[in-house]
Design a protein around this ligand. Structure first.
Ligand code: SIN
Length: 489
């Protein structure tokens, strides 16, 4: 098990209308949370019913009637206190995250501060929700726009970033004046519940932020997407589930933001700084054991530097240490569960069958459980599933290309469009490739693109909407146009 300085951060109940609600209080069952590194059960969390979810939605609706009347500065003050409490408890939150998600402690600490940064950012951004005065179409009229909170927000969040994917939805929603109901992944609910506890301590009014945990995603998701009081659904997860949620939301015409799957190309041109490219590829590919939507999925390397890149990348990979993320020396943890392990194994088998060569790895680790060896596959081609599917694991398939046009074609040959990366020292190529890539995010000579200051989001089947930056609050606001007529000259 793991030791916390503040044991009260380990919550196993749902947080509804400012109250911790456990089994027996309209909640009938519970669900176990496992440590993916050891398989042990670390907690048993109450499973919210549909009735409990309705209660949470009603509470968010009631609470926001007052919250939206606060000044932006008053809301910012509560959010800043929440930010500070999260940072003060960074170590405990990181422990909880590593225990339920498996990522190394250093990555968990980084995620806690990344998550908190969205709260700090949107606390300030809420003060800059400006309307407009628009030159009018009549001498006796004036046109004014107001931006107002969209209404109750439902946030459905994934297991790969149990903290940051919540804060980057909750912070803009709360800063805009909305109430929120969060349904975290049932695999990693403890980080979400700890965040709610710190929000309560920070002074978030009862009902304004609610967390419902359930293994019955269909029933709870069904309520969140059909309840007429919910006006916006924000989701991070797979494209398949995102499409389903969008279809469900259509019935009550809810606003949606979808941060869905990716298939990031990582392109290395002949003129690239290879040391920088290897460093970027390591950071982008192996963050969270390859389980991020923006991880390099396909490494596309130009023929002139292909062999040298494979050699240097292989050397760099020898530094990775696979193991339990609680061990300070470990740099890469397990996959989230057995299903993830068998998916990764079948992608590698498919590539090998079609002619890929294993440079390192290529099999489940002797550590057992859900550990998979960091893997490099070379001589990959476009017939392989690793070219077209999101890998979500520590597998680096390397493809070869000849010309800029080949690279652009291969990079865009996917239904996804979240992140892309490329390395070049040629300024003309830099612009040409940037403009040609059909992606929402482009890393140029850089493998780490995530920050609260920039707009994160995809095009094509990678989703809609942007999170973070000055744009991230727009998804939680509606524009109201006021036409004032009958004015005397
Ligand atoms: C994700 O994988 O969905 C998010 C990654 C990030 O914010 O960097």
């Amino acid at each position: 098990m793991f030791k916390l300085k503040d044991l009260a951060l380990l919550k196993t109940q749902n947080f509804i209308d400012g109250v911790w609600v456990g089994k027996g209080q309209s909640i009938l069952s519970s669900t176990d949370v496992h440590n993916p590194a050891t398989g042990e059960v670390i907690a048993s969390v109450a499973n919210a019913s549909v009735a409990a979810t309705k209660k949470a939605i009603n509470a968010a609706h009631r609470a926001m009637q007052e919250w939206k009347m606060y000044t932006a500065k008053e809301r910012a003050n509560v959010l800043k206190t929440w930010f500070q409490l999260i940072m003060d408890n960074q170590e405990d939150l990181a422990m909880i995250m590593t225990a339920e998600q498996g990522k190394p402690l250093a990555e968990s600490r980084a995620e806690v501060s990344y998550g908190a940064s969205f709260i700090e950012w949107f606390a300030e951004e809420g003060k800059r929700v400006y309307g407009d005065v628009i030159p009018s179409h009549g001498r006796d009229k004036r046109i004014v726009t107001l931006k107002q909170p969209v209404g109750v927000v439902a946030a459905i969040t994934p297991w790969n970033f149990p903290n940051a994917m919540i804060t980057r939805k909750a912070a803009p929603a709360l800063a805009a004046g909305c109430g929120i109901v969060i349904k975290p992944s049932v695999k990693t609910p403890l980080s979400a519940l700890a965040l709610a506890e710190l929000g309560r301590r920070a002074g978030l009014p009862d009902g304004i932020l609610n967390v419902v945990v359930s293994s019955d995603c269909e029933a709870i998701g069904g309520e969140l997407t059909s309840n007429p009081l919910v006006r916006k659904v924000t989701f991070t997860g797979s494209t398949t589930v995102g499409k389903l949620l969008m279809a469900q939301c259509a019935k009550t015409v809810k606003k949606t933001s979808m941060e869905l799957g990716g298939n990031a190309p990582f392109i290395v041109f002949d003129d690239a700084d290879l040391d920088a490219a290897v460093k970027g590829a390591m950071a982008s590919k192996f963050r969270n054991a390859g389980q991020t939507c923006v991880c390099a999925n396909r490494l596309l390397v130009q023929e002139g530097v292909y062999n040298e890149f494979v050699e240097r990348f292989t050397e760099a990979m020898a530094q990775l240490k696979l193991g339990n993320g609680m061990d300070a020396a470990v740099t890469i943890g397990p996959l989230i569960d057995e299903k993830a392990l068998s998916n990764v194994a079948s992608l590698v088998d498919d590539a090998i069958q079609k002619g890929a060569e294993v440079v390192v790895g290529g099999k489940a680790s002797a550590l057992g459980g859900t550990f998979y060896e960091p893997t490099i596959l070379k001589s990959c081609d476009q017939s392989m599933r690793v070219f077209s599917e999101e890998i979500f694991g520590p597998i680096a398939p390397i493809f070869q290309f000849k010309t800029d046009e080949d690279a652009i074609h291969m990079a865009n040959d996917t239904e996804f469009g979240l992140a892309a990366y490329f390395y070049t020292r040629d300024i003309n190529r830099l612009w040409k490739i940037s403009e040609s890539l059909e992606y929402g995010i482009v890393g140029i000579n850089e493998g780490v693109i995530s920050t609260e200051a920039a707009p994160f989001g995809g095009v094509k089947e990678s989703g809609t909407g942007r999170e973070g930056s000055k744009y991230g609050i727009d998804d939680y606001l509606e524009i109201k146009y006021m036409c004032i007529g009958g004015l005397k000259q």
